[in-house]
Design a protein around this ligand. Structure first.
Ligand code: LMR
Length: 352
């Protein structure tokens, strides 16, 4: 410790022996996410099956000699691993297996999030922030939120930053510009194939993206599905879900909350929609354009332009999330048990 270092931040990570974590943990420990004056403790949750692998991860972290890494704690009991956590990065979730219905996946992963949220509610720091990565992440986060009544609802996030990064990449490629010139890109809604990458409010080198890419057909009919299906396209190439780019986007997500958002820019995160200015059902975790003062908190930007096309797309994603919520009514305290009516296979980017 040097006198300029901040108080150690405790970061709990689930799915800690998995591929995403294998990239992310080293980024966190190096200081490139929270800053070179922010020591961290890693509290890693694995399963009985991954215990040995988790020990392997810890050995590699030790051998990397990161000065900012104050300690590494391993465990398989969330009540122990989440103790005093300032952040919980909830990456672990079951992938859909052969023959498994969507509602089964919602149910299986939902149960994991009930248990983890209850543990966070009991033992985490009272201002703990949660980022859900495990799919279906929006609905898992909603389940978590309703099972952690003593933690602030606004502290629950679901990751849509990967979708934002994918959208920026496609806009930059099409415009022939470097990706840093692409700003103010929000991906709205569900992290699923109904997600809505917003080219209406996006800017390229400070100009409206649609004034730089003067091809409305491409924007609506190629760009939009390409971003929404990118996870699936990647699985076809790799034979597994994105890992490195997901880890990078988690790092980007976290950094966005600790660095003030530049004027005229935004970042995407799926957050609790209560009080949102866009008329989205208030009891959903819905991705929206946000900005931060750099204090770890955020506000929803209220002046994004919504035209008829964008409004109709937002409604589709909202409807899908309402159906997902109906399917997990039994996991939400006080909710009515509703009928699970997911018909179309549109839930995860990687599953179409
Ligand atoms: C992604 O967007 O790459 C993943 O969420 C895909 C998936 O279904 O695992």
């Amino acid at each position: 410790m040097t006198s300029s270092w901040k108080k150690t931040m405790k970061i709990a990570v689930t799915g800690a022996a998995g591929q995403i974590s294998n990239h992310l943990l080293f980024m966190l420990a190096s200081g490139e996410v929270f800053g070179r004056n922010q020591p961290i403790s890693l509290q890693l949750l694995g399963s009985e099956r991954s215990r040995e692998a988790l020990e392997g991860v810890a050995m590699e972290l030790e051998d990397s000699l990161y000065p900012l890494l104050a300690s590494v704690k391993l465990g398989i009991d969330p009540h122990k691993v989440f103790e005093d956590a300032d952040w919980a990065l909830l990456i672990g979730a079951k992938p859909r297996g052969p023959g498994m219905e969507r509602k089964d996946l919602l149910d299986i992963n939902g149960q994991i999030f009930v248990e983890q949220a209850k543990a966070l509610n009991e033992v985490a720091s009272r201002d703990c922030k949660m980022l859900v990565v495990g799919n279906p992440c929006n609905t898992n986060a909603l389940i978590g939120l309703h099972n952690s009544p003593d933690l602030p609802a606004r502290n629950w996030h679901a990751l849509t930053r990967l979708d934002e990064n994918r959208a920026k990449c496609q806009l930059a490629l099409k415009a022939g510009k470097f990706y840093t010139s692409v700003t103010n890109v929000c991906v709205w809604g569900n992290h699923s194939t109904t997600q809505v990458p917003d080219f209406l409010n996006a800017k390229i080198a400070g100009k409206r993206a649609s004034n730089v890419i003067r091809d409305s057909q491409w924007l609506k009919e190629e760009f939009t599905p390409k971003v929404a299906n990118r996870g699936g396209a990647l699985i076809k190439k790799w034979g597994r879900s994105s890992a490195a780019s997901t880890a990078v986007s988690i790092a980007d997500h976290l950094r966005s909350l600790y660095v003030p958002t530049p004027a005229g820019d935004c970042f995407s995160t799926a957050v609790y929609a209560k009080g949102n200015p866009y008329g989205v059902d208030e009891d959903l975790i819905f991705s929206m354009p946000c900005r931060s003062n750099g204090d770890g908190d955020y506000e929803i930007i209220d002046d994004f332009v919504i035209d008829d096309w964008l409004a109709a797309k937002l409604k589709e994603s909202e409807d899908e999330l309402l159906k997902e919520r109906d399917c997990v009514g039994h996991l939400i305290p006080g909710a009515e048990r509703a009928v699970c009516a997911i018909v179309e296979d549109t839930m995860l980017p990687g599953e179409n």
